[in-house]
Design a protein around this ligand. Structure first.
Ligand SMILES: [Zn+2]
Length: 215
């Protein structure tokens, strides 16, 4: 099918499949339905008003997991005579104490500041949508979210902890702390949200929420 696009506004009527890059003309969906790619079956966009309620619950859970993951030690290592606890923050301070300022600074942003920001943005955004308040605020938050999302690297951090653990297991006695399981729960939730909530959908949801308010 040949599609000719005359103006930039017209682009808003089309969606490109993120998996196979086929172009589709947008259709108005009923609540609770999804638009699938005609070529590969990937989900293009969906309409789901329950997303606001679910998103709010998920972001609150995420913030709780994040707090618990950072308040207590991730792992405890038994050295010759003493036991040492390692938490995310103690590791960051360790890097800075050791003179690795730049590494410490970047790691701090990638594994602490950005993941926290993402979940705080989700929380305030879903809360604003739920209350139908803060039209401008929600726009700014969505722009910020698109900017911060690619820099949230807690999943990569988890994998590197697991790799380090596998290596340590043979040499030292390692105990997983409370925070370890919370951190896994946080990353699982984080992956679930990034995979299932698309920014495009949030923009549409936002349009709809404030449009209904004006009527
Ligand atoms: Zn496709």
């Amino acid at each position: 099918m040949e599609i000719e696009i005359q103006s930039e506004e017209e682009l808003d009527n089309y969606t490109i499949c993120h998996r196979c890059h086929t172009l589709h003309r947008n259709k108005v969906l009923a609540d609770g339905t999804k638009a699938l790619c005609t070529e590969c079956g990937a989900v293009l966009y969906q309409k789901n008003r329950a997303l606001i309620k679910n998103g709010l619950a998920l972001s609150i859970s995420g913030l709780i997991f994040f707090a618990l993951a950072n308040l207590f030690p991730l792992i405890k290592v038994q050295l010759v005579s003493e036991e040492q606890s390692i938490s995310v923050l103690s590791m960051l301070f360790g890097l800075i104490d050791g003179g690795y300022y730049i590494v410490g600074f970047f790691v701090g942003f990638l594994v602490f500041v950005f993941p926290l920001m993402v979940f705080m943005i989700y929380f305030v955004l879903f809360l604003a949508l739920r209350l139908r308040k803060g039209r401008e605020l929600s726009r700014d938050l969505l722009i910020l979210l698109a900017f911060v999302l690619p820099w949230n690297m807690s999943d990569i951090f988890l994998i590197s902890i697991l790799v380090a653990l596998v290596k340590l297991f043979g040499m030292l006695e390692v105990q997983m702390g409370v925070s370890f399981w919370n951190f896994i729960a946080f990353v699982a939730l984080d992956l679930y949200m990034t995979r299932n909530i698309h920014i495009g959908e949030l923009w549409e949801l936002r349009d709809e929420v404030y449009r209904r308010k004006q009527q």
